[in-house]
Design a protein around this ligand. Structure first.
Ligand code: NAD
Length: 259
C-alpha cells in the first residue's frame, strides 16, 4: 500500500514553477513539492527574497532555482520561462499562486486599486498559464496547471469586491483552459483555499474580528498551509490523471457555512 501511495504522488524529476513563492502559501508549496521530489523553480519580483528558500531547499538535497518574475508584465513572464527553459529544459507543472489583495469599502476603491488587483490575480494568472501552455504544446509535452483561487470566488465578503471578482474570473478561466487544453494533454485545476493562517494575515486572524470570523467556520478553525498539501500533491501528480477543470475547496467547511 505504501508503495502504491508513494508512486501515485511521486513528483520525482517533475519540473515545477511556483509563482509568488517568496512568502506565504507559495513558499510552502515550493517546500512541499521539493520534498515530494520535484525540481522546483521559484519565481517572484524580488529574487533576493527567494535565495534563502533556494539555499534551504538545496541544503536539504533538493533541486531548486530562483527566477525574477512580475506576472503583470508579459515580457517578464516570457523572460522567466526562457530562463527556466535554458536551465531545466522546460516545465511540467505550474502553480499559479502569485496574488495580491486589499480591503476597502466599495465606495473607497479607485481605478488604480482595481487594476492592481485584477491585473495580478486574473490577467497575471492568464498570462502565466498561456505562456506555459504554449511552450508545452510546442514541445508536445503533457503538463499540468494549478490555479490558486479562493472561497471568495464563490462566496462574498465585505471589503474585497475586486479580489473576489478576480478570483471568480480565475475560477471560471480554470474550466475554459481545461476545456481547450485537454486535447494537448494539459490538465488545468484549481485549489480554492479558505482563510489560511500565514505571516501576512496572522495579526488579523488573531484579532477580535478574526475571532468572529473563526466562529462562523463550521470546523471553528482556520486552516494551516500544510492543510493544502494533500490537494496540491493530488493535482500536481499523476494521482489526478483523470482530473481537469476541477476546483478543490480547502477551507474547514467555511464555504458551506449555514446562512
Ligand atoms: P502572500 O502575500 O504571502 O503571497 C503572495 C505572493 O505573490 C508573494 O510572494 C508576492 O510577492 C507575490 N506577488 C504579488 N504580486 C506579484 C507579481 N506581480 N508578480 C509576481 N509575484 C507577485 O499571500 P498568500 O496568502 O501566500 O497568497 C498566495 C495565493 O493564495 C494568492 O493568490 C492568494 O490570493 C491566495 N489565497 C490566500 C489565502 C490566505 O488565506 N492566505 C486564501 C485564499 C487564497
Amino acid at each position: 500500500m505504501n508503495a502504491l501511495v508513494n508512486k501515485l504522488f511521486d513528483m520525482s524529476g517533475q519540473r515545477v514553477l511556483v509563482t509568488g513563492a517568496s512568502s506565504g502559501l507559495g513558499l510552502h508549496f515550493a517546500r512541499t513539492l521539493a520534498a515530494a521530489g520535484a525540481r522546483v523553480a521559484v519565481a517572484a519580483r524580488r529574487v533576493e527574497r527567494l535565495n534563502d528558500l533556494v539555499g534551504e531547499l538545496r541544503l536539504a538535497g533538493h533541486d531548486a532555482s530562483a527566477y525574477e518574475l512580475d506576472v503583470t508584465s508579459r515580457q517578464s513572464v516570457i523572460d522567466c520561462m526562457d530562463a527556466i527553459e535554458a536551465q531545466l529544459g522546460g516545465l511540467d507543472v505550474v502553480v499559479n499562486n502569485a496574488g495580491v489583495s486589499d480591503t476597502k469599502r466599495v465606495l473607497d476603491y479607485n481605478d488604480h486599486d482595481w487594476h492592481a488587483i485584477v491585473d495580478t490575480n486574473l490577467r497575471g494568472a492568464w498570462v502565466v498559464a498561456q505562456e506555459a501552455a504554449r511552450r508545452m504544446v510546442e514541445a508536445r509535452r503533457a503538463g499540468c496547471l494549478i490555479n490558486i483561487t479562493s472561497i471568495l470566488a464563490s462566496r462574498v465578503g465585505g471589503g474585497v469586491g475586486p479580489y473576489s471578482a478576480a478570483k471568480a474570473g480565475l475560477s471560471h478561466l480554470t474550466r475554459s483552459l481545461a476545456l481547450e487544453l485537454a486535447r494537448h494533454d494539459i490538465r488545468v485545476n484549481a485549489i480554492a483555499p479558505g482563510y489560511i493562517a500565514t505571516d501576512i494575515n496572522d495579526g488579523f486572524l488573531h484579532s477580535e474580528a478574526g475571532e468572529r470570523l473563526r466562529s462562523r467556520i463550521p470546523s471553528r478553525r482556520f486552516c494551516a498551509s500544510s492543510d493544502l498539501d494533500g490537494a496540491l500533491l493530488l493535482l500536481a501528480s499523476g494521482a489526478s490523471r483523470g482530473m481537469t477543470g476541477a476546483e478543490i475547496i480547502v477551507d474547514g467547511g467555511h464555504a458551506c457555512a449555514g446562512l
